[in-house]
Design a protein around this ligand. Structure first.
Ligand SMILES: Nc1ncnc2c1ncn2[C@@H]1O[C@H](COP(=O)(O)OP(=O)(O)OP(=O)(O)O)[C@@H](O)[C@H]1O
Ligand SMILES: [Mg+2]
Length: 346
């Protein structure tokens, strides 16, 4: 039976909601289109379809930036809409909060207390009725969802490469030994691709086109064989729409600086890992999650650079929200979820 207990992974690129007894019920772009001051017009994937296309009176907003809530009002309006719907229009079937509802929210570790508290306030100060709000360290939920045993004393290294962020975390005994949140992820790759296409081909392309090029051509390792993909944009010189053919080599070069930064940060954490935990990581390797780990050969790059084996998961963008589901289902994991009072930030 479905209960009104929900797990929320509020990512920069997409929001994921798990409902106890049902599974993942929402996986939508984390965007909202508004008219006038704060009047919602569309949300999620529908808002994304308006992104880079909307006239001036419609603002399409991304409420999350670098893994934290940048536009609190917009984010709260969105959450409220997911749970109750706006004039019946955007209601997601079966999603509504009542006085017995519980919310489990995944929160990045390496952010300020004020930023963490905002995740709690998002629900607490909303119009949704709740019985309890739990905060869960995102890397712990992530590791559980990826199938790792987080409760024992074995050290685990988990790297989540998402849209705006890369979160590198060392876990042991159900807690975070250390965690670092880098402001680098899939969107940074898209921006780099946008710049490279502009420089090489004098072509201005949108973020969606840049992301498509990445999905078609990106690789963690430079490929010998040339692959190409066509992209449409606006020629910088003539101002007219134009089509060019982009190679995988251009994409690789564009992304290499950001990929190196990720590798450097992983090495930095490895250098700071206590020796007993290092031994565990030598043995088990690194677990990779987050949508950007779908990039071909990115695992090979990290393996070559660190000398460690890599474990990939099947639906890498969903491991955090699946982990939240496991925490709400399993009393053994109860201590992994804290209330605001129990947490260090209040
Ligand atoms: N096949 C693919 N190849 C390359 N990148 C991909 C692929 N599929 C998804 N991505 C990228 O994964 C990212 C989204 O991943 P994810 O859902 O884990 O991010 P998020 O949780 O919303 O962001 P964050 O955790 O940084 O706040 C996007 O940047 C997207 O372009
Ligand atoms: Mg994420």
């Amino acid at each position: 039976m479905s209960e009104k207990i929900y797990g929320l992974d509020i990512g920069t690129n997409s929001i994921k909601i798990h409902q106890k007894g049902t599974g993942v019920v929402v996986h939508q772009k984390n965007m909202i289109a508004m008219v006038k001051k704060n009047e919602p017009l569309a949300l999620g994937d529908e808002a994304y379809s308006m992104y880079e296309k909307a006239p001036k009176n419609i603002s399409v907003r991304k409420p999350m930036v670098n893994g934290v809530i940048a536009d609190f009002t917009a984010m709260q309006i969105m959450i409220q809409l997911y749970f109750r719907g706006s004039r019946g229009k955007n209601a997601i079937e079966g999603l509504n909060a009542n006085g017995n509802s519980e919310f489990y929210i995944a929160v990045p570790t390496d952010i300020t207390d004020v930023e963490k508290r905002a995740f709690f306030d998002l629900i607490a100060s909303s119009s949704l009725k709740t019985r309890k709000i739990f905060l869960v360290d995102k890397p712990i939920a992530d590791a559980l969802g990826a199938g790792l045993d987080v409760m024992d004393s074995t050290g685990r290294l988990i790297v989540n490469i998402g849209a705006d962020t890369t979160e590198i975390s060392l876990i042991s005994l159900g807690g975070i030994v250390q965690s670092r949140l880098l402001k680098i992820g899939g969107s940074r790759f898209d921006e780099a691709i946008q710049q490279a296409v502009k420089k090489k081909h004098n072509l201005v392309i949108g973020m969606k086109s840049a992301e498509r090029l990445k999905m078609q051509l990106a690789s963690g390792i430079r490929e010998e064989e040339e692959k190409t993909h066509d992209v449409m944009g606006r020629n910088l010189i003539t101002g007219l729409p134009n089509r060019v053919t982009v190679t995988n080599h251009l994409i690789f070069d564009a992304m290499s600086e950001s990929m190196s930064s990720i590798i450097d940060a992983i090495k930095f954490i490895l250098e700071k890992t206590p020796p007993e935990l290092s031994m565990d990581i030598m043995h088990d390797g690194i677990c990779m999650t987050g949508g950007s780990t779908r990039i071909n050969n990115l695992d090979l790059l990290i393996q070559q650079e660190t000398g460690l084996s890599i474990m990939k998961v099947e639906e890498p963008e969903l491991s955090v929200v699946k982990g939240l589901g496991m925490i709400m289902d399993n009393p053994e994991y109860a201590r992994l979820a804290g209330t605001l009072q129990e947490s260090s930030f209040h």
